[in-house]
Design a protein around this ligand. Structure first.
Ligand code: ITT
Length: 199
């Protein structure tokens, strides 16, 4: 069995990755299993840069192959905000949502997208980075209790319910995280098959 660590302290992300990796012969750990790991400063200017920083630090600290997820919500009418500052937008999920809805008051364009960058690192170096997105609109009010973060106000294109109302299987099939993860998975499988050809 192979081991990999996901460089996150966000239990909801860990849960989504566990579901995305169901059926793989891989044991997924997270920084929640390494409480001594010092806080990692996310001082990059893009999702990809921040994912790289988290993955590098985790692979170094945990001495394991690692991947990280930096993600967030980009809202068209707010020029892409909160973007990489999505988790720092306000102290709690309900406050973040309230602030977002207030900023959008009176604005006609409610288009938005979730973005997720996944970086894979080993021995303190980034090997590759992947990006996924899901497009949709911001609802007038929050609804639903599945998921986390901005899920109660994000309605993905093609659906009428928010990510927090839709079953987790649906979110995990179409989300920014699922799209980025599929690219990372294809890359890893290709590398393993190249390695297999060499051996
Ligand atoms: P780690 O850095 O430890 O992974 P974090 O939650 O701080 O945890 P980010 O810096 O990547 O992670 O910030 C992502 C934020 O974007 C997250 O806290 C949510 O507010 C929002 N977000 C990302 N993906 C989301 C999703 O699938 N559903 C709802 N909100 C999401």
């Amino acid at each position: 069995m192979a081991f990999i660590v996901v460089a996150t302290n966000n239990a909801h992300k860990v849960d989504e990755y566990r579901r995305l990796m169901a059926g793989e012969d891989v044991e997924l750990q997270s920084l929640l299993d390494y409480p001594g790991c010092p806080a990692i400063e996310e001082n990059g200017t893009t999702f990809a840069e921040n994912a790289g920083i988290k993955a590098m630090e985790a692979s170094r600290y945990c001495q394991m192959p690692a991947f990280a997820d930096d993600s967030g919500l980009e809202v068209e009418a707010l020029d892409g905000a909160p973007g990489i500052y999505s988790s720092r937008y306000a102290p709690t999920d309900p406050e973040r949502i309230a602030k977002l809805l207030k900023e959008l008051e009176g604005k006609e364009n409610r288009r938005a997208r979730f973005v997720c960058a996944i970086a894979i690192a080993w021995n303190g170096e980034v090997i590759e980075t992947f990006e996924g997105e899901v497009r949709g609109v911001i609802a007038a009010a929050p609804s639903g209790s599945n998921g986390f973060g901005y899920d109660p106000v994000f309605i993905p294109d093609g659906y009428e319910q928010s990510f927090a109302e839709l079953p987790p299987e649906v979110k995990n099939r179409i989300s920014h995280r699922a799209n980025a993860f599929a690219k990372a998975q294809a890359f890893v499988e290709e590398q393993l098959s190249l390695l297999g050809d060499l051996l």
